[in-house]
Design a protein around this ligand. Sequence first.
Ligand code: ZN
Length: 409
Amino acid sequence: MILIRVGKLIDGTGSAPMEGAALLIEGDRIVAVGRQADIAFPEGAEVIDAPDATLIPGLIDAHVHLSYSGAPDPRLFRAELVDLNYALISLRAAKYAHDTLLSGFTAVRDMHAPGGTIIDLRDAVQAGYVTGPRIMACGMGLTVTGGHMDQGGFADHVSFRDFTSPCDGPDAFRKGVRTQMRRGADFIKVNPCVGSRKDPDTKPYRFEMTPAEMRAACDEAHEMGFHVGAHTSGGPPLRAAVEAGCDTIEHGHWIDNETLDLMAEKGTFLVPTLLVNKVSSAHTANDPGASWGSKRWGENSLDAMWERLSRARAHGVRIGSGSDAGFMLEHGICNLGEMECLVEGGFSPVEAISAATATNADIMGLEAGRLQPGKLADLVLVKGDPATDLAVLRERQNLSVFLGGKRIS
Ligand SMILES: [Zn+2]
């Protein structure tokens, strides 16, 4: 057993921090939490006294791509995937996963990987071959031919095996879900709605999947007990994704009020990925090769970003924290950046921590994310007070990470 006594404890629920708190771990679980005076000292327990530290649940990133490096230039990002075998992508991802864990993130949701490689990394972590956070992996995201995750533009003599998973028609999406299930996926990612650069001022989004394809994918996934995460942009296609039963809306740049109301009613989560929106729009603005439509789309999406976040909160939609690390953002360094964006958009630091812990745990169906008896003992002991300033989480030397009751750093 381990008894941790701290100056402050933030439990992940969004409640005010508790001063002079203690938490008791037995095996991989939290067994007691409360004021130091109320927690009995068990005979033989290891005691960690940290009066200047704050205890928080292990952070969770609900949107990462461990198979990607975070190369800032999208062209480089494309080229490196062509150069690497899937085995090497997985081995590299193990390093990214370790970096992510040492940065205080004890769980991640991986939102698409060529070859489904992150399923194997998840298994390697579970087997103890490598040290990493808990990983929930979708395998390959499902997309239509030529869609967001089946992009062309490679030379015609270049061929890929299992690089993407194109599906066309409701039956093909059912098969796509079954194929990812057979591969070992934990949930399903679909691309029902994408951004459109043709007319970025009046119609910056378009349907990619048909509503019938969306329903087929969601019905099949739900039948298997999987949740469905949807890459979206906005407007009627986003609403159709919510109506079809997608459980998490990723990005959602142009989300309307009626759709937000429907999400609040159905319990659909929003993962707004603010940081990658900022970074990719800035990159496009400075890219001489980018089209007028792309630049305009980037500007408009930045304009809409904070207003959308406020509206989503006002409409009662639960908001998770997902960085999109791997896509233009480095693993381990940028995961926290999304939480800082939530604060920039009006969240208090305690609310941002709650988004990245309790809310993300609910998205993933994980028995973590809250410092409560019975939950997994995934936690971070932080030197300083993240309730005042999240920046104390930036320095790894400030963090002691516990995963399933075991001290990692
Ligand atoms: Zn993504």
